[in-house]
Structure formats: structure tokens, C-alpha cells
Write a protein that binds this ligand. Structure first.
Ligand SMILES: Nc1nc2c([nH]c(=O)n2[C@H]2C[C@H](O)[C@@H](COP(=O)(O)OP(=O)(O)OP(=O)(O)O)O2)c(=O)[nH]1
Ligand SMILES: [Mg+2]
Length: 138
């Protein structure tokens, strides 16, 4: 199975206490579950360019800077993906569900109460480590 290249963003509020989540449309792959906004990379497109394009299309924001969080591979029974995940804490515009999807700023402390696709387990672990480190140094 060809591996699908996906980029996703962990969008943090200025004090890093909240993260902006979107809910996958019911009829999509992994439908109804919460996700970090993003999508498939186009041929020849860099991860950065894909992230900027996806967050403009899906949330109507302009990404100013990113830092890599985790790169992972996950095999679902029907799809194999590679997820390239970035922290975004500098952007302009007010994020909203530009494609009619449900969105929400969720407290980082309560994020594990949401249902995510299986691949996201590793992202949540990486995010927890990232937030611990950034709290320790502030
Ligand atoms: N954006 C995103 N995708 C995720 C996450 N976790 C996870 O398993 N995925 C999977 C679900 C999909 O198989 C794939 C993303 O593809 P997608 O179909 O949503 O891509 P897209 O936004 O470009 O949408 P489309 O143009 O194909 O409608 O990655 C996540 O946290 N964020
Ligand atoms: Mg998407």
C-alpha cells in the first residue's frame, strides 16, 4: 500500500494552555474523531508549504512559524500514513472551521478526554513531553 504523506498542526494558545482541535467529518477516513488540523501533502510540495496551505484552507489562519514535534508512521487496515506534525504558536487570524467542520480550543490538560485516530497516541505523548519541557523552562 502506498504511504500517504500527511502534515498536521498542534496549534497552541499564547500561554500554551489550550490547543485548537477540529473534528473529522463523519464520512471521512477516521470520521467523527478529533484531529490536529492538516491534510495530505501534494506532489512536490514541502511539509512547510503543505501546512501553510492546509491551515489557510481549513482554518483561515496564516502560519508565521513552526517547530517540528514528531514524524510518525501508522498503518490502518485501509490506509498507511506518514504524519509530520508541527507545533504552531505563531500565526495571524482567528482560527475557525472554514470548511464547516466542528472546531474547539481544548485545554491541554483535558485533551486525552477526546477521541482521536489511533495514530495520534504518539502525538499526544510527544505533546505532553513538549509541554512539560516548556513549562520547566518558563
Ligand atoms: N489532519 C490530520 N489527519 C490525521 C490525523 N490523525 C490521523 O490518523 N490522520 C489521518 C486521517 C487521514 O487518513 C489522513 C489525513 O487525510 P485527509 O483526508 O484528512 O487529508 P486532507 O485534509 O488533505 O483532505 P482531502 O483533501 O483529502 O479531503 O491522516 C490528525 O491528527 N490530523
Ligand atoms: Mg484535513
Amino acid at each position: 500500500m502506498k504511504r500517504i504523506q500527511v502534515v498536521a498542526a498542534v496549534i497552541l494558545s499564547p500561554c500554551k494552555e489550550k490547543v485548537f482541535l477540529a473534528r473529522r467529518k463523519a464520512n471521512a477516513h477516521q470520521g467523527g474523531l478529533w484531529e490536529f488540523p492538516g491534510g495530505k501533502r501534494e506532489t512536490q510540495e514541502s511539509a512547510q508549504a503543505a501546512l501553510i496551505r492546509e491551515l489557510d484552507e481549513e482554518l483561515g489562519i496564516h502560519v508565521a512559524s513552526t517547530e517540528p514535534l514528531i514524524l510518525l508512521q501508522h498503518d490502518y487496515s485501509d490506509k498507511c500514513i506518514e504524519l509530520d506534525v508541527y507545533i504552531v504558536n505563531d500565526f495571524s487570524g482567528e482560527p475557525h472551521g472554514a470548511e464547516g467542520q466542528e472546531v474547539e480550543w481544548v485545554s491541554c490538560k483535558a485533551i486525552r478526554e477526546r477521541d482521536f485516530p489511533e495514530a495520534n497516541r504518539a502525538i499526544l505523548d510527544a505533546l505532553e513531553d513538549y509541554l512539560e519541557l516548556s513549562n520547566a523552562s518558563s
